[in-house]
Design a binder for this molecule. Structure first.
Ligand code: NOJ
Length: 735
């Protein structure tokens, strides 16, 4: 049905406005020596209304691999289409269709090919939530640069990434895709990934255009259900959700994606305040906004537009320039312009924005992707090394009683048990692009390789990920009873997180918990290895385990990084970027909450008030001792600067990477503020016995200041607190 409609549309366009004979050579817009803005104006001046409208539409090309957004393949792609989502891992198909655009369309405007390259294209690196736990933005920049190289060389010019939605409800499947619960953390990794994808020059054959998504507030989805309403006050919008976008725009992100959610009655994809007043006017973003898949037509479901035409009007006028698979702009935008409901100037502005990104990508000069072998572009040794290091640094050691980990070399035999123990597929996570599970190592394989010649490694799944079948328990328990330690690998299937993958509880299925209870009865040391796309509820398991470590979803490196941590070759350094609640019922629970009117009261009667593991928590095989916080001054002017320092000594017996998190609080403010807010972090290697200084160069207005419900930054005189771990000092800010 969709195929037919699209083909018909193409026909209508071809017979309507595109018949004028092309004169393809020698136009100013084709002269690479001319400034981009002049080229855009020249080209725009030659375009018909229908050609302009077609630039603002995106269809799909190739075999759709996105289960949540299925569409029939469009076989007859109009040569004038603006963009395509490219579901393929080699450039052939792209080049064929691009030839059509360049040769059969009147003006030869290249098509922009986009794709969901979320945590790697073929070399898959850990999910974003894991990346954040590495606290290593430079490594994330390198990983996103690998993704860009593999993508661009495969025919993809534009990734729908990074996702920078602050998210505080682990039931929401998409927490896997973002950088956790903290606005500053999301902002830092937004910048790192934009730099990695785009590099210094979008036109490089190994860079792609980035897309900040989902603008904005999608992470506030009620109850963690996907696509639903979000209740966000203007104050919360600004102090929680906007920072990552503002910083991502400053870093030069070429595009943004408007989100699905209705924000307190005005859906993001029809939100003029956010899209036009803030993004385009205040932040001066000169690239374009693409709707999320179907987000325009869904304005009808959300009850703010009566039909596709009204949805087109609302979304376009609000500032969404490109229609991703809505069949709205292609059907209705030209008529709306003719009827005077959409101003011609606004249409021109939208087209200019899309063309600007195409010019910046160098598509007019190099519309085709050079053909290369898979070996030349995928899984390069350097790429795998980056993915592996990122996976290692993302691993968070949550518990380690009596130094259970690293495993003692004296152990003769370990049993690797659990549904995750020999799985490849689930280690890749959701949004695996062109990732291939066969490239990954399982935990069992990783441990066997790592411990070869030292410790015997045996394996049994024990059970599936869910269901009731306990028939494999006996074999697993027997095997475990004959070993010196048990590594029990539990967790979530890939499809349990990501888009449209919410869960009512963040606990593991009962079957997996029962397996661990059964293994506990062997009396052997129990090491719980977790792989998931979200924080998990562990309160029944935690007391039974000697050690707990999460590897999230590590991607192509699979089980090798965790094996290196278990063996002690790698000292874990990850710290949580999202709180692990004690129980699902505590959600939302996050570190940067505001103070209760009665901090000593109001708790749940049946469970502890504190989460199981806090934001920023993570153990190491060594110990670090923090000195007192030092400040270059205790009294500063509100427009001043300040240097803060802390000395960190490695007092254990292994070298270790340590991340220092600098938090700030303003105990009394005209607008109540989070109890503490992360303002800066830094990771350094501290060798055993060594002391390193960690410092924070404070810009008082920026770092101590706050933002009001209109997005205006302000700073008030008074006492502020700076916190690192349990150390605290007061700084007085004067006007
Ligand atoms: C819908 C998702 O919300 C978005 O993140 C993704 O980029 C688009 N589909 C395209 O696949």
């Amino acid at each position: 049905m969709k195929t037919t409609i699209t083909s018909l549309l193409a026909l209508v366009f071809l017979t309507k406005g595109l018949l004028a004979q092309p004169k393809k050579q020698g136009f100013l817009y084709q002269d690479a020596g001319k400034p981009i803005e002049e080229r855009i104006s020249d080209l725009l001046g030659r375009m018909t209304l229908e050609e302009k409208v077609m630039q603002l539409n995106q269809y799909t090309l190739g075999r759709n691999d996105n289960a949540n957004n299925m569409a029939d393949p469009v076989n007859d792609i109009p040569a004038e289409i603006g963009s395509l989502i490219y579901f393929s891992s080699n450039p052939d198909l792209r080049n064929r269709v691009q030839h059509k655009a360049m040769e059969k369309s009147r003006l030869g405007i290249p098509i922009l090919f986009g794709y969901d390259v979320i945590h790697g294209f073929r070399t898959i690196y850990p999910i974003s939530l894991a990346q954040a736990c590495s606290w290593n933005p430079e490594l994330v920049r390198q990983a996103t640069a690998v993704a860009a190289q593999e993508s661009r060389m495969s025919g993809v010019d534009w990734t729908f990434s990074p996702m920078i939605d602050v998210a505080r409800d682990g039931r929401w499947g998409r927490v896997a895709e973002g950088y956790g619960e903290d606005p500053y953390t999301n902002a830092v990794f937004a910048v790192a990934s934009v730099k990695g994808y785009q590099g210094d020059n979008l036109a490089s054959p190994t860079n792609v255009a980035a897309c900040l998504k989902h603008y904005v507030g999608y992470g506030a989805s009620e109850g963690g259900r996907d696509y639903v309403y979000t209740e966000i006050s203007n104050q919360t919008l600004w102090d929680t959700y906007m920072l990552p976008y503002e910083e991502g725009v400053k870093a030069g992100a070429a595009t943004l994606m408007s989100s699905f959610n209705d924000i307190s009655g005005t859906p993001s994809s029809a939100n003029e305040y956010l899209l036009r007043d803030i993004l385009k006017k205040r932040w001066q973003h000169d690239g374009f906004v693409v709707s999320d898949w179907g987000a325009i037509v869904q304005l009808t479901a959300q009850g703010v537009a009566k039909d596709r035409k009204e949805a087109t009007l609302k979304s376009f006028n609000a500032g969404v320039e490109m229609d991703m698979m809505n069949q709205c702009y292609d059907r209705h935008l030209a008529d709306l312009v003719k009827e005077g409901k959409v101003k011609a100037d606004l249409l021109d502005d939208a087209v200019k924005r899309v063309l600007r990104v195409k010019f910046r990508l160098g598509l007019f000069e190099r519309p085709f992707t050079p053909v290369s072998t898979e070996k030349e572009r995928f899984l390069l040794p350097k790429s795998l090394k980056i993915a592996t290091r990122l996976a290692e640094e993302s691993i968070v050691l949550l518990k380690n009683e009596r130094k259970t980990l690293p495993l003692s070399a004296a152990l003769k035999k370990i049993a690797v048990i659990g549904p995750m123990s020999n799985s490849k597929w689930n280690l890749l996570g959701s949004w695996r692009a062109q990732g291939n599970a066969d490239d990954a190592t399982t935990v069992y394989e990783g441990l066997k390789r790592e411990l070869e010649g030292k410790t015997q490694v045996v394996q049994a799944p024990g059970c599936d990920f869910d269901g009731n079948d306990q028939s494999g328990f006996a074999e697993a328990v027997n095997m475990a009873a004959g070993a010196d330690a048990i590594v029990v690998c539990l967790g979530e299937k890939s499809q349990w997180s990501g888009e449209n993958a919410s869960r009512s509880t963040i606990a593991l299925p009962q079957l997996q918990e029962e397996l661990l209870f059964a293994l506990k009865k062997t009396g052997k040391p129990l090491i719980l290895v977790l792989s998931s796309g979200r924080p998990l509820e562990l309160n029944r398991l935690e007391p039974l385990c000697d050690a707990i470590v999460t590897m999230w979803q590590p991607g192509t490196p699979g089980g090798s990084p965790i094996a290196a941590v278990i063996s002690g070759k790698v000292n874990p350094s990850g710290k949580l970027a999202m709180t692990f609640p004690y129980a699902t019922g505590q959600i939302p629970i996050y570190y940067n909450h505001r103070q209760s009117a009665r901090p000593h009261q109001g708790k749940y009667q049946d469970i502890q008030a504190k989460p199981l593991y806090d934001f920023g928590y993570g153990l190491s095989y060594t110990t670090f001792e923090y000195g007192d916080l030092k400040a270059s001054a205790r009294k500063v002017k509100s427009d001043g600067t300040l240097t803060l320092e802390v000395a960190v000594k490695n007092t254990g017996d292994a070298d270790g990477l340590e991340t220092v998190h600098w938090y700030l609080s303003d105990p009394v403010s005209s607008i109540s503020r989070p109890l503490k807010a992360l303002k800066y972090f830094q990771k350094q290697l501290v060798k055993k016995g060594e002391t390193r200084i960690f410092s924070f160069q404070v810009n008082v207005k920026k770092d101590f200041g706050f933002v009001d419900g209109k997005g205006e930054k302000f700073i008030e005189a008074g006492d502020y607190e700076v916190m690192v771990k349990d150390k605290k000092i007061k700084i007085e800010v004067t006007p």
